[in-house]
Design a protein around this ligand. Sequence first.
Ligand SMILES: *Cc1c(COP(=O)(O)O)cnc(C)c1O
Length: 395
Amino acid sequence: MQNQVIPYGRQDITEDDIQVVIETLKSDYLTQGPKIKEFEDNFAKYIGCKYAVAVSNGTAALHLCALALGVKQGDKVITTPITFAASANCVRYCGGEVIFGEIDSETYLLDINSVKDLLKSSPKGTYKGIIPVDFAGRAVDLEQYKKLAEEYDLWIIEDACHAPGGYFIDSSKSKQLCGNGKYADLAIFSFHPVKHIASGEGGMITTNDEELYKKLLQLRTHGIIKENEGYKNSIEFAGGDDQYPMWYMEMQVLGYNYRITDFQAALGNSQLKRAGEGLERRREIASLYNNYFSGKSYVRSQSGVVEGHAYHLYLLEVEDRLGLYNYLRSKNIFAQIHYIPCHLMPYYRKFGWKEGDRPYAEDYYRHCISLPMYPTLTEQAQIYVMDCVNEYYEE
Ligand SMILES: *Cc1c(COP(=O)(O)O)cnc(C)c1O
């Protein structure tokens, strides 16, 4: 019997991580200091995009994206029902309407055909944007979405929280890393401890669009700017003589305080150095699970080995999911369910969503379970997990 709980995901904090946080705590800046830009620059390099904006969490990242793209009352936006609620909620923060598509029962990602059906069934201009999610770490083929976006004049926010380092292969046979900004306008990441890179709380927005980048910086800090060229009030009003005084700043739009702190950024930056290694380890774990479970009669479907998959989660679809879940818990294995379909959350039911609206997503939910998946999961612990699953069904 396993004494320590094996969770479905967890952070890995090293001595180096601890040291950089301590150093930052002793420095002049706890927030608004140099660690933030350093983290942003390194993250942009890792993902292969031009700009990165670090924020307080992934949900704030989504909110800022929706604001920067101008989501407003009545705007319709499409996303997947199999995601964390935040992917959809950002639209609601801005008064927009969330339309959930259907999932592809093989990839578990938003089914592009369901998106096409939605777009075709309404006059052009009805929908403003799409938020595809690299669910479980599997990269969405954004090239296909970009084609739709061009045809229907939509923006794309890629929710890449599960997939730093993940990629898909586009039609020119090149690797497109999740969040690299080639096909999506904006992408977002989270640094919650169960994600690939942990900073406690934290998030990042990536883009190649300079205009959006500038908007995001402004919205992150109350809508304030501190550069001369954009000022709207006069020099005279500001209290200067021939130029704006040094203290002067302007709040021009309604922004927020969605900043990350320097010690969190320092931790994220230190974690980022090991992101490649962690990803390799996740792929090894996935491959072992995959070999073990392939052909087992109690497995309806499994994550599989997919090129470019970043394996935030390793998913199985099984019969008698509740029984397995409880059995694993009795063995100190805390598997998890990802996700309860968003459209059937009581909040979204208020907008008319009901059971049967998205049958593939709902069927997936009745069978899915996420097995432990994190870089420090030992092979011994993984074998214990696999044997416990097997034991439940075969003994
Ligand atoms: C974690 C997560 C978020 C939200 O990130 P937080 O940092 O927890 O706010 C959004 N979308 C997905 C898919 C996530 O997994």
